[in-house]
Design a protein around this ligand. Sequence first.
Ligand code: HPA
Length: 270
Amino acid sequence: MYSKLLSCLNSIRKITDFVPEAGLVLGSGLGDYAESIKTAAAVEYSDIEGFPVSTVKGHKGRFVFGYVENVPVVIMQGRVHYYEGYRMSDVVLPVRLMGMLGAKKLILTNAAGGVNPAFHAGDFMIITDHITTGVPSPLIGPNIEELGTRFPDMSEVYSIRMRNIIKKSAEECGIKPQEGVYVQFTGPNYETPAEIRMASRWGADAVGMSTACEAMAARHMGLEVCGISCITNMAAGISATPLNHREVQEIADRVSSQFKQLVTKVITNI
Ligand code: HPA
């Protein structure tokens, strides 16, 4: 795995020597954020040897390097999901690469279903912690000693410092953010109402199909991590209507300008 990471890194370094301060992973509704930044370089995933290329429609596949208000960032435009059939180690490969490119901080974003009944579609949730019981750990397999320790601590995956920055940034944008625990399931199906009741009793506030595994891999290698969920729908059984991807996308698109404004503020305050 480490040699695969090195060969990916090598492919990128042939194209650009840009060193980012922060990495940003774009979820639904933020896909075009990378187009709004001062771009220095872009690397298509398909040009990176051994890189897992996403198959989801509407997910662009490239790293964009550039500046958000003078902060050097690398943006992952299009992520890789476990439900596409990749091994977890491949799902988190891009995030590990961002760390190897020099990023010290990681901002994860996603679309998620609201499990907490006090949430509403269109809310933003600052991720305080996560539950990954429903997916395999990305750290299973031989430990990559060059990145981190065999048994990494996970007691503060989402940095309190960065959570406070998100709170302050939201305030500056006139957004009242929710806070809560994100649970990751494999997807691609949405959950059943019984699964959502279970998630709720576990202590989850939002549910999704990404992010937590990336956060775990990033913590393993010592990055400072934060995450923001866009609540695009109330989860199964809480919402009275069946879920569909189009509606999730519609809400994500509707709040996308607010989401972009928030992410820009967060990066500026980082
Ligand atoms: N469940 C899982 N993933 C999601 C959801 C959901 O309800 N909404 C957006 N992503």
